[in-house]
Design a protein around this ligand. Structure first.
Ligand SMILES: Cc1ncc(COP(=O)(O)O)c(C=O)c1O
Length: 490
């Protein structure tokens, strides 16, 4: 007797159906429950305390305990997880979170991330997900002109700006040593021609971490003096590069993490070009100024750099994690990051293999959320988002400046405000630290402390798409309250 045709066997199809329903039902229950929880969370985020009150012990006892021997129903797992984690969540997507430089997950971007999870695409190779590869291509083509970068720059979708800095500097290392006849990917740095490294005195620590990772050593970078806003001084750079022979990398910055200030790229570019150097721009959030007609002048000259790093999870308001690296020399970018093996089936011709442009192979399909954010905003929406955050930052500064016990330390040129409490008597550093603690304890808004030019300060970063004038007013009132309380206890 011939074997039964597997595709028509009733037994088999029943088995498949039954496997299907048992696999689908719990997943559908789970997703329905998650939708409900997420809806409630999103609806509450403007009103819930910005910072949680739960202690570490509370969270450990809610979330901890031994792993059960037997499986637990997925919907019950998700339900309990959400209940236990909720008291420890920071409302970073809410409109009064001004800590670090934090975006707020635009609706389309957050929803696209859910799809990415359901689809679970591996964005390593074109053959693993043609859609993920093409979405990156399309988003990259939108991003380059928005950020004022060359149309031919290569683009990688990485985990954040720190990784974007590392990737760009790996491309720089490749290209400069290639020009000296040295294959750094094969031979490493031992015995290679030395590369001279220059960073601004206000360099972001992630650039130094990248230099460490790449084997340059953070301590090898010469620090170039910065002005009172933290901008690299072109005269100091010119003096440092004078008479330098051999390969040179200069790391400039668009958007200082404290002041928001921009290094003057239009003056820095010719100085770096004169010595044949590679200019890298760390523009984690400041690069987005290029999307605004009012602010674009801050990035003048940016298109002439060799590489750029930025974040989508900051000002583009894409959920974590999402960074972007751009390189003006695609061959160098690819040589520094790509890998090959017989089983890694690279695309033929001009199709994009996303892993050619990032240090990682398998990874989340980050391009979808970037695509969704850009599509939902459009060019005008993005410009409006950037302009609005800057307007609100100025409104914050104007409101706080009216308070005698408060000083604004920076020129508010972008979305960052540096605030110091200066009581009539006593230590302003201690007063500022105490005010930060009071503001955080009140939980109307959240901001963090920093040091700026030897002074304690608090940092306000307005980066969230949903922040309103009213949120600024309520938050400024909380800051003023804290400053007054602290000033009168001195
Ligand atoms: C100027 C600058 N560069 C790099 C980074 C690092 O970005 P990420 O934390 O996304 O890696 C930041 C973070 O705030 C930054 O402000």
């Amino acid at each position: 007797m011939p074997p039964a045709d597997a595709s028509t066997s009733p037994h088999l199809s029943e088995r498949i159906m039954s496997a299907h329903t048992t696999a689908l039902a719990p997943q559908a229950d789970c997703l329905a429950r998650v939708l409900e929880i997420a809806r409630d969370y999103i609806a509450s985020r403007a009103d819930r305390p910005v910072f949680p009150a739960a202690s570490l012990d509370d969270l450990r006892s809610a979330l901890g305990g031994p792993l059960s021997d037997d499986p637990i129903d997925p919907a019950a797992v998700v339900d309990a997880l959400a209940r236990s984690a909720d008291p420890g969540l920071v409302t970073t997507t809410g409109p009064r979170y001004f800590g670090f430089v934090t975006g707020g997950a635009l609706p389309a971007a957050a929803a696209a991330e859910w799809l990415v999870t359901a689809w679970d695409q591996n964005a390593g190779l074109n053959v693993m997900s043609p859609a993920a590869a093409v979405v990156e291509e399309v988003a990259a083509a939108w991003l380059r002109p928005l950020l004022g970068l060359p149309r031919t720059a290569s683009v990688g979708f990485v985990s954040g700006c720190g990784m974007a800095n590392a990737t760009a500097l790996a491309a720089a290392r490749h290209e400069l040593l290639r020009r000296c006849g040295w294959d750094v990917e094969a031979r490493g740095l031992n015995g290679s021609p030395p590369i001279h490294l220059f960073v601004g005195d206000e360099v972001h620590v992630s650039v130094l971490a990248a230099l460490r990772l790449l084997g340059f050593g953070a301590g090898q970078a010469v620090r170039i003096a910065a002005d009172e806003q933290g901008r690299m001084r072109p005269d100091a750079l010119a003096a440092a590069l004078d008479g330098i022979g051999g390969p040179v990398i200069v790391c400039a910055q668009s958007g200082n993490v404290n002041t928001g200030a921009f290094d003057p790229l239009d003056e820095i570019v010719p100085i770096v070009k004169r010595c044949g150097g590679w200019l890298h721009v760390d523009g984690a959030f400041g690069l987005w100024a290029a999307a605004s007609a009012r602010l674009r002048h801050h990035t003048r000259g940016v298109e002439l750099a060799d590489s750029w790093a930025t974040d989508a999870h900051k000002w583009l308001n894409v959920p974590y994690d999402s960074g972007l690296v751009f390189v003006a020399h695609p061959a160098a970018h690819r040589a520094a990051t790509s890998m090959s093996a017989a089983y890694l089936l690279h695309a033929d011709g001009e199709a994009r293999d996303p892993m050619d442009w990032t240090p990682e192979a398998s990874r989340r399909a980050r391009g979808f959320a970037v695509y969704a954010a850009l599509r939902s905003l459009g060019r005008r929406g993005l410009e409006e988002l950037v302009d609005r955050c800057c307007r609100l930052a100025r409104a914050f500064a104007d409101r706080l400046r009216r308070e005698p016990a408060i000083q604004i330390l920076n020129d508010v040129v972008l979305n960052q405000v540096l605030v110091r409490v200066v009581p009539e008597r006593g230590d302003a550093d201690a007063a500022t630290r105490e005010a930060v603690a009071r503001i955080q304890a009140e939980r109307v808004c959240w901001l963090g402390g920093t040091r700026w030019h030897g002074m304690d300060a608090m940092r306000i970063s307005v980066s969230n798409w949903s922040t309103s004038d009213d949120d600024v007013e309520r938050s400024a009132a909380s800051i003023v309250r804290a400053a007054r309380e602290v000033a009168c206890t001195r």
